[in-house]
Design a protein around this ligand. Sequence first.
Ligand code: ADP
Ligand code: MG
Length: 339
Amino acid sequence: MSHIKLLDQNTINKIAAGEVIERPAAVVKELIENAIDAGANAITTEIKEGGISFIRITDNGNGILKEDIKTAFLRHATSKIKTVEDLLSVSSLGFRGEALASIAAVSQVELVTKTSNELTGIRYIIEGGEEKSYEEIGCPNGTTFLIRNLFYNTPARRKFLKSPNTEASMIGDLITRLSVSHPDISFKFINNNKIKLHTSGNGKLKDIVYNVYGRDISAHLLEVNGRTEEYEITGYIAKPIVTRGNRDYENYFINGRYVKSSIISRAIEDAFKPFIMLHRYPFAALHFRIDSDLIDVNVHPTKMELRFKNGNEMYHFTYSILSQILAGKELIPDVSLIE
Ligand code: ADP
Ligand code: MG
């Protein structure tokens, strides 16, 4: 008798879910990114109990074709890339085809979706990776995912969750960042029946900064706008009088993707260094547009990390533009900076 057996799909998905879905905020991230990729311009997220018992995300995007619904929940099933070459020029936020399979493996999922070309939509229920029902229903165009009881079948993971309040605040932070990353999308966040955030989606980054961070910061913004042939940066930094004790207010997005990059953080902080005290961090909301062949986004399953082909160039581009802005503004009396 042999000892080595191939695991069944459901077990594989449960194990893999550990990589992509470690907490409710990760579910929200994956589902909102899917909604963005589907071209939605209004995305509503509703949670209860920190998202542990209830997450509902509704978008007005393309919807999923009837014949694609079951496939969408298979591991490595994606409509976004076809070959490994496509990875070099990927412009969607997703491409690994793992999120839906992972989420469905460790929760109870109800999907309602309809494309604009179909007259009716589908309500599909899948729990712990097992299909429960698939029925035709009338519904608006777009997609709603309802995720109940995350990790109900993997109690070990559930034990590692923080309190509902902490989980909810992580989701709030995430949606805030996503709304800053996409000023052209209206985001709504409802926690325990209370509206916590609602952005207009009018495309103006400045309005969102005001909406999310308030007057104290938005009154002190400096516009950032610079480009070379390969790199482009737009957005805002706040004058050095606005600082934080942590990096929570350093927001930057590369081709619409929220990422963490020590190179960009260092460039921002070095530019501010002459103006702010040690262990204080600036406010930034910066959008980078970079040729997709100059970055690699396929570094980590959560896609929060990325690699630059030329990190030095990226550093100097960012650093020089920000320090020019800060140096120039130093010469002008303070009041004129307040718009
Ligand atoms: P990926 O985003 O990497 O392609 P996912 O598992 O997140 O993988 O989603 C699988 C597929 O399901 C997507 O490629 C897309 O075709 C479809 N899909 C998921 N969510 C939505 C949505 N909100 N609207 C339209 N299509 C969606
Ligand atoms: Mg996805």
